[in-house]
Design a protein around this ligand. Structure first.
Ligand SMILES: CC(C)(COP(=O)(O)OP(=O)(O)OC[C@H]1O[C@@H](n2cnc3c(N)ncnc32)[C@H](O)[C@@H]1OP(=O)(O)O)[C@@H](O)C(=O)NCCC(=O)NCCS
Length: 156
């Protein structure tokens, strides 16, 4: 059976198992999202969770969010990951292209993603550039909104 990309509509045990296997290959330091988080993700109308299947086995995933700002309708790609055993066969490319199709279908004018620097992301950068993404010379700012982590912004 050939590889195919699907949008997840239901949190089946197979999807749950696959995310538990795939997400740590993207970032081993973050905890596995719990069921509440995964259900929130699937119930969010602006978000599409895609999976790649090789036969019945789920071998990759990405998430695409389409949102509107005064200037743009943007597609944001997050959490692109392919199982180590399935890499180098075009699964990543198919996932990213499917996410761009979701963006186009929902009226997005541009697509963006954020990726770390360094050897761990070399394959990802090559893939994104091959598809046509260009690196923008910009900085990403982040502040935690979790009460336990939020600083006052002033130095003690
Ligand atoms: C990035 C990733 C999703 C690509 O998935 P994939 O299914 O292997 O993707 P493809 O087969 O479509 O393309 C992979 C490309 O990376 C290249 N590649 C593989 N390992 C590489 C490495 N160490 N350095 C540079 N390029 C590499 C392949 O040669 C191929 O490019 P080419 O076809 O132009 O030669 C996968 O490597 C992965 O999950 N990595 C870990 C998680 C990650 O970094 N995610 C991106 C977060 S921003």
């Amino acid at each position: 059976m050939p590889m195919r990309i699907e949008a997840v509509t239901k949190l089946t045990p197979a999807v749950h198992e696959a995310l538990g296997r795939l997400l740590p290959q993207l970032n081993a330091n973050l905890p596995m999202p719990d069921l509440d988080r995964l259900n929130r993700l699937l119930n969010d109308p602006d978000v599409v969770l895609l999976i790649a299947r090789d036969g019945e086995r789920i071998v990759g995933t990405t998430t695409v969010i389409v949102y509107t700002t005064p200037y743009w309708i943007k597609a944001r790609l997050d959490e692109v990951v392919v199982d180590e055993s399935a890499r180098g066969r075009g699964v990543g490319e198919a996932l990213v292209k499917a996410a761009l199709d979701v963006g186009r279908e929902r009226g997005a004018q541009v697509a963006e993603l954020q990726s770390g620097r360094g050897p761990a992301r070399a394959a990802a950068h090559k893939l994104y550039e091959r598809i046509g993404f260009k690196i923008r010379d910009t900085d990403v700012f982040r502040i935690s909104l979790s009460p336990s982590e939020r600083g006052s912004g002033r130095r003690a």
